[in-house]
Design a binder for this molecule. Structure first.
Ligand code: 2BA
Length: 109
């Protein structure tokens, strides 16, 4: 058995969870946030038999897309008379960041 941890964007999370459930794959979603952008995202925890890992990854691939986000740089400590132009920096996010881990033991008690 494997545990898939997938960090996805909020906009993609609902449809991804529904699509996983439709093909009989259970999923738990956590509210999370990215350390770089400090913006909300969603982490999906998916426990699957080894032979279903590719099915789960395919569903994630189909439902999560890449988007542009903008990071507003922090103003530096300015000297008197200096001006800071806070141009947002474009960052590409997603589709999904996925980790696949071996599960040592799985119990439903
Ligand atoms: P964030 O950490 O908020 O990162 C958002 C996007 O910013 C990243 O998109 C990447 O394009 C960019 N980015 C992140 N760190 C950067 C850095 N040090 N320098 C320049 N650009 C940087 P994704 O790679 O698609 O990642 C989306 C979200 O997935 C991340 O949100 C984070 O929550 C998670 N993630 C990505 N890689 C991870 C990792 N190795 N371990 C744990 N979580 C990860």
């Amino acid at each position: 058995m494997k545990l898939i941890l997938a960090v996805v964007q909020g906009e993609d999370a609902g449809q991804t969870v529904q699509a996983l459930n439709r093909v009989g794959i259970s999923v738990t979603r956590f509210a999370s946030s990215g350390g770089f952008l400090q913006q909300g995202n969603v982490t999906l925890m998916i426990g699957v038999d080894d032979e279903r890992v590719e099915d789960a990854l395919e569903v994630i691939r189909r439902n999560c897309r890449e988007r542009s986000r903008y990071l507003n740089p922090m103003p530096p400590v300015a000297e008197p008379g200096e001006m800071f132009m806070p141009f947002p920096v474009e960052v590409q996010v997603g589709g999904a960041t996925v980790f696949v881990l071996d599960v040592e033991q799985f119990e439903k008690l």
